[in-house]
Design a protein around this ligand. Structure first.
Ligand code: NAD
Length: 473
């Protein structure tokens, strides 16, 4: 892997890119166009706080316009900075390419600690942020479509949708300006859990390849595999939930205030309930061990480690103590290039962020399509099941000469629900993309990790778009 020294997150992404680009045959100029962030919008705006005024720092970065609109979440964090937003925007470009979602990459950031603001203040900040984006043409269903990320969720997406809609009266597709909205406000079933579900499917796919598991000394499949998850937010919680449903054992859970471990398994819901009540993950009665230094939680015995919090968690300084054989990057950028290089050299498998957490943008794409098409997805359960006089039922009754019972009528007319459609589309995407990446790796003996293979696939797809598009004028 790359020998470029790590200085920051965007550099790390570029260093992975540079390493992979040697396995492509594109010109230096085209590679430069793909790698660079096209538009970086940094802005500041005031809000009222108490009796005074506070200035908020914010960003929106559009990394690539090889496809429109651009797409990517908005991070609410007091640690967010321009470099981080640029790196996350770049990852969005490669992520969308890997899962064949026809968007360019983008990302946003608002530099606040959400705990220090009331709900009303958060609403003011979110709405003013949206207004700033509208003013500069950095948001719109055909321009740039934000989504949730660290520190933001359905509530913030609702405020964004409403602000945009209010500022664009009569725009038919206005609700497609943002995804990750609540179901009741033009959202889609399955989006909330999509990233975590996708991570679990990515891990399942990886563990089902017998020859790769043999190399790691593991039996294939997820049953009874021991998992540690870092971060109990949207992505971490849902990943742990679906992995447990697929037969894995959640042995460790880490939050910023500490970590808990039990070699026989932790009850996820009980840990979440305990944390909610006690205000900390520590002192959970079902834990055998606990760690006040949360990072120690990552270093415990397990087969699979799922960092699902923030970047730069697995570093050259702690990689030697990580016992997992598989790192599934649910978070963006959790492993630095040097740490990743060492882990792969020691025969570990890293399921790279740009593929591993792509379930979120995949289902966001479904939501955007739903908003643009103005058509409900899936069956209308009640109407179909209660109305047994549909044409289809009469036809079957005519053909068979039978009088169908209500239950039989229901079975005949029952199509997939919106959630079933979303989940099957998500599963198909995660399965197909995993094997596409693995085949790139297997097709070149000099590519020894899935991240490089994923980058090669993504660079090639983005390059084709840019070449087809040409340069104007
Ligand atoms: N939300 C999505 O759909 C989505 C999609 C793709 C990628 N991601 C990535 O997944 C990661 C998590 O995002 P999220 O939406 O779950 O955020 P979130 O805000 O819902 O949850 C993050 C959790 O991580 C915890 N955390 C923070 N620092 C920690 C530390 N040092 N150790 C342990 N826990 C820590 C926080 O307390 C919080 O509970 C981010 O890297 C994000 O970019 C999110």
């Amino acid at each position: 892997m790359s020998s470029i020294p790590t200085t920051n997150f965007f550099n790390d992404v570029c260093s992975f890119f540079d390493h992979a680009s040697q396995f492509t045959n594109h010109s230096a100029g085209l590679l430069d166009q793909i790698k660079t962030c096209n538009s970086v919008y940094r802005f500041r705006f005031p809000i009222r706080k108490g009796n005074g005024v506070q200035v908020i720092d914010a960003w929106r970065v559009e990394h690539s316009h090889h496809m429109s609109p651009t797409k990517g979440g908005i991070r609410y964090s007091d640690m967010v900075n321009e470099d981080e937003v640029m790196a996350l925007a770049a990852l969005m470009t490669y992520k969308c390419a890997i899962v064949n979602v026809p968007f360019g990459g983008a990302k946003g950031g608002i530099k606040i600690n959400t705990k220090n603001y009331s709900v009303a203040e958060l609403e003011n900040i979110t709405r003013r942020y949206t207004v700033e984006l509208v003013k500069k043409n950095f948001i719109g269903p055909a321009i740039d479509v934000p989504a949730p990320d660290y520190g933001s969720g359905e509530r913030e997406m609702s405020w964004i949708a409403d602000t945009y809609n209010t500022m664009n009266p009569g725009q038919l597709d206005a609700m497609g300006c943002v995804t990750g909205k609540p179901i009741a406000l033009h959202g889609i079933h399955g989006r909330r859990e999509a990233t975590g579900r996708g991570v679990a499917l990515a891990i399942r796919e990886c563990m089902n390849v017998t020859e790769d598991m043999k190399r790691l000394g593991l039996t294939p499949g997820l049953i009874n595999k021991r998992v540690i998850v870092q971060g109990l937010g949207n992505v971490g919680y849902h990943t742990a939930k679906y992995l447990a449903e697929l037969g894995a054992i959640i042995v460790g859970l880490c939050e910023y205030e500490g970590a808990v471990y039990n070699e026989n398994g932790l009850d996820l819901e009980a840990v979440v309930a305990h944390r909610k009540e006690a205000g900390t993950i520590l002192s959970f009665p079902g834990a055998q061990k606990e760690f006040i230094n949360s990072a120690e939680g990552l270093e415990q015995e397990c087969d699979i480690l799922v960092p699902a919090a923030l970047e730069n968690q697995i570093l050259i300084t702690n990689i030697g103590r990580i016992k997992a054989k598989i790192i599934a990057e649910a978070a963006n950028g959790p492993t630095t290039p040097e740490a990743a290089h060492l882990f792969v050299k020691n025969e570990g498998i890293i399921i790279p962020d740009m593929y591993c957490n792509a379930g979120g943008v995949t289902v966001s794409y479904f939501e955007w399509l739903k908003n643009l098409s103005h058509v409900a997805f899936g069956r209308m359960d009640k109407r179909y099941e209660e109305n047994a006089n549909s044409n289809l039922v009469s036809m079957v009754e005519k053909m068979t000469g039978m009088n169908l019972t209500l239950e039989q009528r229901g079975l005949i007319v029952k199509g997939p629900s919106e959630l079933e459609l979303v989940n099957s589309g998500l599963e198909e995407t995660m399965v197909r993309s995993y094997h596409e990446i693995r085949e790139i790796k297997m097709g070149n003996k000099n590519i020894n990790d899935l991240r490089t293979a994923a980058f090669v696939g993504a660079i090639n797809k983005v390059a084709v778009s840019y070449m087809n598009m040409g340069i104007w004028p």
